[in-house]
Design a protein around this ligand. Structure first.
Ligand SMILES: Nc1ncnc2c1ncn2[C@@H]1O[C@H](COP(=O)(O)OP(=O)(O)OP(=O)(O)O)[C@@H](O)[C@H]1O
Ligand SMILES: [Mg+2]
Length: 533
């Protein structure tokens, strides 16, 4: 404890000796894994989370639960796991609970192995090799799937979430329509550009009133002038990145206005209005009929544009400008003097619609027509957030599937198949390293075991049945949603191989990092981000 006494403030904590570090890690990882055991699979329980602001909601996946409590972990392992699950979620959108459970189990067995006298270096190497081999085995047990599986994957992701039948139906329909739209314009779905599907939400109405816009939705609070046109066919779109304004002089000056000068003051004001009129003329002159500006537009500009039959909206951030540019083909213009017809983008129609108390501009049929927007409606903000997160998760899983159109059987079938093969392989390795490999096989079996428990069945009984089936070469057998041993591929329960591979890779990285930790220093309050990379 020398470190703490010499340089750390009172109240900080240091865990130093090797044994207690491993024990400490194991307890923290297990505590997090414990959050998710009962939530795993189609019969999993929801997690009720009260976040630091006091908001309470049902977290339907690992990332949502960890994200809500991320600032309240008293142990750094909590932060590490949160970062790992976040990365996994961004990359592939799924497998967060499976990851936490496997990590918790692996760390628990690492502690047992150490107590049995296996050296830490061998535990780390053994686990590393076991996971490496598992990734290879995933390839072996994967099957080729075609694009028709996309619909099944979408439905499967939504049906795993705590949604009603009506919600699942609407979200599945909208997601498939959006994917269909992207596919039509791309010609294929192989390289699905997920960024071209946007999700917007609007309070009011219920889920059935959600809809898909085959184009862009501009939901600015300041969408241009009240008298601008309601509908424009084949609009030409200008994107402005610099403000239309009168440059302020750098000279400091003072002036007083006397009644004699009023006429001159009016001249100055007319001059200013003239500059704005000139800007509007310039935009109308190059043929723009929709003006979208990154910066605020002056009232006189908005009015001038409306008078010329031009729609306008402003205050877009860089990301929005980039998206608008990609979708419409418009080039962002910085200097209005240099704008030309070649800088304008195209679409089929631009129209104003009323959404509750707001006015939205919808741009249909953009030049790069793969852009589309799913508009979600709900009566509560929490429901809206849940739908939005569900759609984003689903799109990420679909993207993973389409980038490598292979799947592995779900319901724990892939895990038990790998565990069976790992055990045989460990026998050929021998030495201390084979022990962590065998333990890792045991970790994997926790998934079908827990799926069986969660469906109210005797996990051990189901697991032994599954082991026998897999030993006899029935590679696709797992635990069905009714807790029965079934061929998962025949039941259309599968997961994209890319999701599983990403989960395994993240597991290897995080596990190695955790097991390599020599000592843990805990300041009273953990602040800032902890990264796993
Ligand atoms: N209909 C089903 N029948 C049997 N098993 C299923 C079914 N649907 C999903 N599963 C299995 O449930 C497990 C996934 O559960 P779940 O979605 O709760 O956790 P996760 O994907 O690991 O984590 P998260 O979704 O929170 O990121 C997988 O093993 C999957 O094969
Ligand atoms: Mg899942």
């Amino acid at each position: 404890m020398v470190f703490r006494e010499t340089i750390l403030k009172r109240g900080s904590q240091e865990v130093r000796t090797k044994d207690s570090v491993v024990g400490n890690m194991a307890r923290a990882s297990k505590a997090i894994a414990l959050m998710f055991y009962k939530g795993l699979g189609p019969n999993g329980m929801n997690i009720l989370v009260a976040d630091e602001k006091g908001d309470t909601f049902y977290a339907h996946d690992a990332y949502a639960a960890l994200e809500a409590v991320r600032n309240n972990f008293s142990h750094p392992v909590g932060r590490l796991l949160h970062e790992a699950v976040k990365t996994l979620d961004r990359e592939v959108g799924d497998c967060g609970k499976t990851f936490c459970i496997l990590l918790g189990e692996a760390v628990k067995y690492a502690e047992i192995l150490r107590e049995e006298g296996v050296r830490q270096a061998n535990i780390i190497a053994g686990y590393g090799e076991a996971i490496e081999k598992s990734i290879d085995l995933l390839e072996e047990i994967s099957v080729k799937a075609d694009r028709s599986y996309t619909a099944k994957i979408v439905e499967m992701v939504y049906s795993r979430l705590p949604l009603t039948a009506n919600e699942i139906h609407t979200l599945t329909r909208l997601t498939l329509e959006a994917l269909e739209h992207v596919m039509k314009s791309n010609g294929h779905l192989g390289s699905l550009d997920i960024d071209s599907i946007r999700v917007k939400n609007k309070l009011g109405g219920d889920i059935s009133s959600s809809f898909l816009v085959r184009g862009l939705v501009i939901d600015k609070i300041w969408p241009g002038h009240i008298q601008m046109p309601q509908h424009i066919s084949n609009p030409r779109i200008a994107l402005l990145t610099a403000p239309i304004e009168i440059k302020k002089s750098s000279l400091k000056y003072e002036y007083t206005v006397s009644p004699r000068d009023v006429f001159q003051l009016k001249q100055v004001m007319d001059g200013v209005a003239g500059i704005y009129e000139e800007a509007c003329d310039r935009l109308a002159g190059v043929g723009a009929s929709v003006v979208l500006s990154r910066k605020e537009l002056h009232d006189l500009v908005l009015e001038g544009l409306a008078r010329r039959g031009i729609m306008s909206a402003y205050r877009f951030n860089d990301e929005e400008i980039e998206f608008l540019s990609k979708a419409t083909g418009a080039k962002p213009v910085h200097d209005l003097k240099s704008i030309g017809p070649q800088d304008l983008g195209d679409a089929e129609a631009a129209r104003q619609v009323r959404m509750g108390a707001d006015r939205w501009i919808i741009i249909d049929g953009c030049k790069n027509s793969s852009a589309c927007t799913i508009v979600l409606r709900a009566n509560s903000f929490k429901a809206l957030k849940m739908y939005e997160r569900a759609v984003i998760k689903c799109l990420r899983v679909v993207k993973s599937f389409l980038s490598d159109q292979r799947v592995v059987a779900g319901g724990g079938a892939a895990e038990i198949a790998i565990a069976t093969k790992l055990r045989n392989w460990a026998l050929t390795i021998g030495g201390q390293k084979s022990l962590p490999i065998l333990k890792f096989a045991q970790c994997l079996e926790k998934i079908p075991l827990q799926l069986a428990y969660n469906s109210g069945k005797d996990g051990i009984e189901i697991l032994s049945q599954l082991r026998t089936m897999h030993m006899n070469g029935s590679t696709f057998y797992g635990v069905s949603s009714k807790g029965e041993v079934r061929d998962m591929l025949a039941m259309d329960v599968f997961e994209p191989i890319k999701v599983k591979k990403a989960m395994m890779a993240m597991l290897r990285e995080t596990l190695t990092q955790l097991l390599r930790i020599e000592n843990v220093v805990i300041a009273k309050q953990i602040k800032g981000n902890v990264t796993t990379r």
